[in-house]
Design a protein around this ligand. Structure first.
Ligand code: UDP
Length: 328
């Protein structure tokens, strides 16, 4: 039976496709290539280029491929963009996911693992955050992801559907040996932007230096994309074995400030960085650090590759290959 990966040509989805293939699973990808890259799709994996909202195309592909489970990554995922253009997020993340889930339910597919986010929590009342923390998103990105989680909870209560919503903290790192890493355009994420400053000399701004944190900059829990990818395979096995679904945090339990990330990038690359101090970015909570106890206990999740040093080293190896800066 085949695992359908929506957004399988995107950053985290492409890593999950590799993890599934390593686990011996048959995989098919649904991706509209709006932000994904066709060249990340392995030759042996069928690709359907369609919008997740196109229930006809999705239903036909599910039937043709014999899909028994879905990993749902396809989404808009930029906090800043979601504040500036919320309807894109409500349309693609919420209406798109509702259409996709309709096709999934109609096809009788039982197991669904979806990408969710720490942005569902909003400004934390405690740190690290466990899944019981109240959800109160402070940006449209988090609000739309929470809406998808709520739809899934209702569907799982009413239909023969089991789901795991994996709440990622900050996905980062790369799999340079597989030629996979972050290739967003424009790139807004911290680690690739700082690496680009190292490789191409572009300026990188710190979004706020007056936060109530240890050095005034935002603190995030950076988790290696390969650890996230492995967690999806584990979550799927867990659901298939009849394990309890719901929300699972994926993070390391340790936060790094923007300045600490910049320091590690400076050490790993040995290159000068052009860093300036800028204003706060709308929609940013000051601190997001995961308590991932549930995922480690029930899914066997381990943040084995997620030291900040390893994350930055792998992302730098990918960036050097991408930009040609220094070769590999
Ligand atoms: N950030 C920054 N400069 C940048 C990009 C990001 O200071 O050029 C900060 C951002 O405000 C946040 C942290 O780095 O506090 C991580 O941001 P990113 O966009 O990587 O992920 P997010 O937390 O938004 O999912």
């Amino acid at each position: 039976m085949t695992v359908l990966v929506t957004g399988g040509a995107g950053y985290i989805g492409a890593h999950a496709v590799r993890a599934l293939l390593r686990a011996g699973r048959r995989v098919a990808i649904l991706d509209d290539l709006s932000t994904g890259h066709r060249d990340t799709v392995p030759d042996e994996v069928p690709l359907c280029v369609a919008d997740i909202a196109d229930a006809g195309a999705v239903g036909a592909f599910i039937a043709a491929q014999g899909v028994s489970a879905v990993l749902h990554f396809a989404a808009r995922s930029l906090v800043g963009e979601s504040v500036a253009d919320p309807r894109k997020y409500w349309r693609d993340n919420v209406a798109g996911s509702v259409a996709l889930l309709g096709a999934v339910v109609d096809a009788g597919v039982r197991d669904v693992v979806v990408s969710s986010t720490a942005a569902v929590y909003g400004v934390p009342e405690r740190s690290p955050l466990d899944e019981a923390h109240r959800t109160n998103p402070v940006n449209p990105y988090g609000a739309t992801k929470l809406a998808v989680e709520r739809a899934l909870a209702d569907y799982a209560a009413a239909y023969p559907l089991r789901y795991a919503a994996l709440r990622y903290f900050n996905a980062a790192g790369a799999d340079p040996d597989a030629g996979l890493g972050e290739r967003h355009d424009p790139e807004t994420h911290l680690i690739p932007r700082v690496l680009r400053s190292a490789s191409e000399g572009c300026e990188v701004a710190i979004h706020g230096t007056d936060w109530d944190t240890r050095d005034g900059t935002c603190v995030r829990d950076y988790v290696h994309v390969r650890d996230l990818a492995d967690a999806h395979v584990a979550a799927l096995r867990h659901l298939e074995a009849g394990g309890a679904g719901g929300a699972f945090n994926l993070g390391t339990g340790t936060g790094s400030s923007v300045r600490e990330v910049i320091d590690v990038v400076a050490k790993v690359t040995g290159r000068p960085l052009r860093v300036v101090e800028g204003p706060r970015r709308a929609g940013d909570p000051p601190v997001l650090v995961a308590d991932a106890t549930r995922a480690s206990r029930e899914l066997g999740f381990s943040a084995a590759r997620s030291s900040l040093r390893q994350v930055v080293e792998d992302a730098w190896a990918f960036e050097r290959g991408r930009s040609g800066a220094g070769g590999l």
